[in-house]
Write a protein of this length. Structure first.
Length: 92
C-alpha cells in the first residue's frame, strides 16, 4: 500500500476499518450460526478459509515476494505449519 503512494496515516485508517468490519462480521456470524448444525458450520469455515487464501494469493503474497522471496517463503511455510498443528491440537 505504501508503494502505491498512500500515506502511513491512510494505511492505518484503512486497516483499522478492516479490523472493525471483521469484528462486526464475526459477531454477527457467531450470533447467527451459534445454533447451526456442525455441517453448516464446517461449510462456513471452509468458505471463510478459502476467501482468506484467495486474498493472500491475489494481493499479499505477490507483493511480499517482490523483495525478499526466500525469507518470506519460509515464514509463510512456518505459519501454515503452525496453523495446521494448532488445528490438529484442537481435535480438528
Amino acid at each position: 500500500m505504501k508503494s502505491t503512494g498512500l500515506r502511513r496515516k491512510n494505511i492505518l485508517i484503512l486497516w483499522s476499518v478492516a479490523v472493525v468490519i471483521g469484528t462486526l462480521s464475526t459477531t454477527i456470524g457467531y450470533s447467527i450460526l451459534s445454533t447451526a448444525s456442525p455441517p453448516i458450520i464446517s461449510i462456513s469455515i471452509a468458505f471463510a478459509a478459502g476467501a482468506i487464501l484467495v486474498m493472500l494469493g491475489e494481493t499479499m503474497i505477490p507483493e511480499a515476494f517482490r523483495k525478499d522471496s526466500f525469507g518470506k517463503g519460509v515464514a509463510l511455510l512456518v505459519g501454515f505449519v503452525i496453523a495446521v498443528l494448532l488445528t490438529k491440537a484442537q481435535g480438528g
